[in-house]
Design a protein around this ligand. Sequence first.
Ligand code: CP
Ligand code: NVA
Length: 315
Amino acid sequence: MALDMNPDFKGRDFLSIHDYTREEVAYILQFALQLKKMQKTGQPHQVLAGKTLGMIFQKPSTRTRVSFEVGMYQLGGYPLFLSPNDMQIGRGETIKDTALTLSRYLDGIMIRTYSHDEVLELAEHASIPVINGLTDLLHPCQVMGDMMTILEYKGTLQGIKLAFIGDGNNMAHSLLYGGAKTGMDVVIACPKGYEPEERIVKSAQQDALETGARLWVVEDPREAIENADVVYTDVWASMGQEKEAAEKEKHFARYQVNQRMLDLAKPDAIVMHCLPAKRGREITDEVMDGPNSVVFDEAENRRHIQKAIMALVMQ
Ligand code: CP
Ligand code: NVA
């Protein structure tokens, strides 16, 4: 099995699913499925031998760090963990100077941080690909891995209904973009005042004109979940919102994905969560450990999809 390293991806950043065409998104998904098969069957795929990925984490991580690190190793490359506490960026060196310097050593940068603008600035000044490992605005690698998981379970994305129950956060935003590019219908159910950003909904709906995906926002979680093929949830308070957690819990109480709620979806609906979960809050143990849950398949697919993204942009 030979890997088709489409040269169109070489040197590009991966900051948002919105930046890629529907054909490119489909290509990355298929490429990742192929890489997964190769890795599972022991076929060599060290297409990034001799290359180095720097990984900057301004926020904690379990999945993103380990899946990028192991993924890079499996591709034959070297992953370098960069803690801002130990870098000059933590003492005020500019993003621009950091980008210009790191471009002289590395072949790619993965960054997880708060402000999406910082990632845009880093990408603007870096001469090497920059991959978004989560910002307050978006989490594109997660949603790519999630769409790969849906493909594995449902065989298609076109026409699938995904109901996201919870906060209109980075996950909601990226799911809207993911649906838009693949023809998957995405409904976001969230309390008043916690909707996804209007400009993201609008631009995703614009993207969706090409695939026919329906993207919409409602307040009632029971209305959203009806007939859903995929039920998705995420924490109510994201990283950086710790102070708001108690207040948010009051608003989100009826947004819990529990068995009673899940019973309103299709009987074969899959349950997804990007993790880490607050068990007993946005999702119950019963549902997370139940037969419909695919949350650890999603976690695994982070590694395969990110290998695909790294292989293509860092080739
Ligand atoms: N889903 C996800 O990105 O997990 P981590 O925060 O553990 O990286
Ligand atoms: N919305 C969550 C996702 C974590 C992977 C957060 O930003 O904390």
